[in-house]
Design a protein around this ligand. Sequence first.
Ligand SMILES: [Zn+2]
Length: 136
Amino acid sequence: MNCPECGALDNLCQTRFDEFLVLEFTDTGYGAVHHLTVATFMVQHSSKMTREGWLYERELLKEFLIENKPPQLVRKQMKDTVDSGKRKFKIKSRDGLPVINKTTWTKTILDVRTENAEVYCEDINAWARSVLEETQ
Ligand SMILES: [Zn+2]
C-alpha cells in the first residue's frame, strides 16, 4: 500500500524518515538540515497533527526557507509557543485525521539522495521548498 498522505511507495516514507533521523544525529553534515527534515515530513503527513500543530510546522518551514532564519533563532523565538506549559494548542493529533486532503506531491522523502552530506542537504532543501510551495 502506498502512503495515503505523501503517496510514497509501500509506505516507505516512515522507514526512510526514521533512518534519516539516525543519520542526522550521528553525522553533523547531515544534521545541518534536521530542522527541515522534521518540519517537512510533518507538513506532508498532517494526520499526525492537530490543525494548529500543522500550521505551526508550516510556519516553521516558512521562517527557515523564506525568511532564512537560522534554526537556533527560530527555536528561541518560538520557545514561548513550544514550551508545552505555555503552549495554548496541542500539536499531536488525537483523531488521526489528516488536516489537509492532499495526496499528490512533486517530491517526497523518497526523492532525497543520501550518498553524501552535500547532496543530502541539497535534496532536503528542494523537498522542503516544494512542500511549502504546494501547501500555499
Ligand atoms: Zn508518507
